[in-house]
Design a protein around this ligand. Structure first.
Ligand code: C5P
Length: 223
């Protein structure tokens, strides 16, 4: 039996990819499986938290009555769901791989293959986590970063820019890390330090992340 270290806390987690519709049958998406976010949700629930899990399209299943699953499709839907629960959130963890751009217009009918070239205009999606950072009152905010270059500087930059308390960096250079894999290798940055972890299953990584969050939140509360 896991110790109920997060009892009384509401943890909001975003997970999975987002799908941005092009027309009624097509979309722009990515390969995020949602595994990291669902593992975090399971672990947080085991520790007694009330979990609000807001997920884009994902094949992952949950099986815990302390997890409230809200399925969304696009980034805009994910943002409005997040905002619905944000005030009552104590710890926010953004593990979703949100599409950066969405088609400017969704075609009403299926686009026909008439022309040799087809241009789809894309517009920037809202940054969900950045919005959470701007609206932060009491929430402890955790972001993820997946970088291919200048990874540590970029991760630290995001910590600042998005007003986060902590950022989890997964490197694409590490074999077995990120995205579709069942394993992950992370580094955690806070405003004051950096901690490196070994390659582990996403379940073990979720435990490491939550241990770290708990330690930070406790420190916050006693300062
Ligand atoms: O800026 P970048 O996409 O690298 O930041 C990654 C972090 O920001 C992740 O925690 C991701 O869930 C979050 N994010 C978001 N909304 C976006 C883009 C990223 O919440 N539109």
């Amino acid at each position: 039996e896991t110790e109920k270290t997060l009892a009384g806390k509401t943890v909001l987690i975003t997970a999975g990819p987002t799908y941005e519709a092009i027309d009624p049958v097509r979309f722009i998406g990515n390969h995020s499986s949602g595994k990291m976010g669902f593992s975090l949700a399971e672990q947080a629930a085991k520790r007694g938290a009330k979990v609000i899990l807001i997920s884009g399209p994902s094949a992952q299943k949950i099986n815990n009555e302390n997890i409230e699953l809200h399925k969304v499709t696009s980034a805009k839907e994910m943002l409005s769901k997040v905002l619905e629960f944000y005030d009552r959130t104590d710890i926010g963890i953004a593990s979703a791989a949100v599409a950066d751009y969405a088609p400017k217009e969704i075609a009403k009918e299926k686009i026909k293959k008439n022309d040799e070239n087809l241009t789809i205009e894309l517009v920037k999606n809202p940054d969900i986590l950045k919005t959470m950072g701007e609206k932060k009152t009491h929430q402890f905010l955790v972001g993820f970063a997946l970088e291919t270059q200048n990874e540590e500087e970029n991760a630290k930059g995001k910590l600042e820019k998005k007003n986060l308390d902590m950022i989890v960096l997964n490197s694409l250079r590490d074999e077995g890390a990120g995205f579709k894999n069942d394993t992950n290798k992370i580094k955690i940055f806070t405003k004051t330090g950096k901690t490196e972890f070994d390659l582990k299953s996403k379940e073990e990584v979720a435990k490491d992340i939550l241990d770290f969050v708990e330690e930070q939140v406790l420190r916050h509360n006693t300062e």
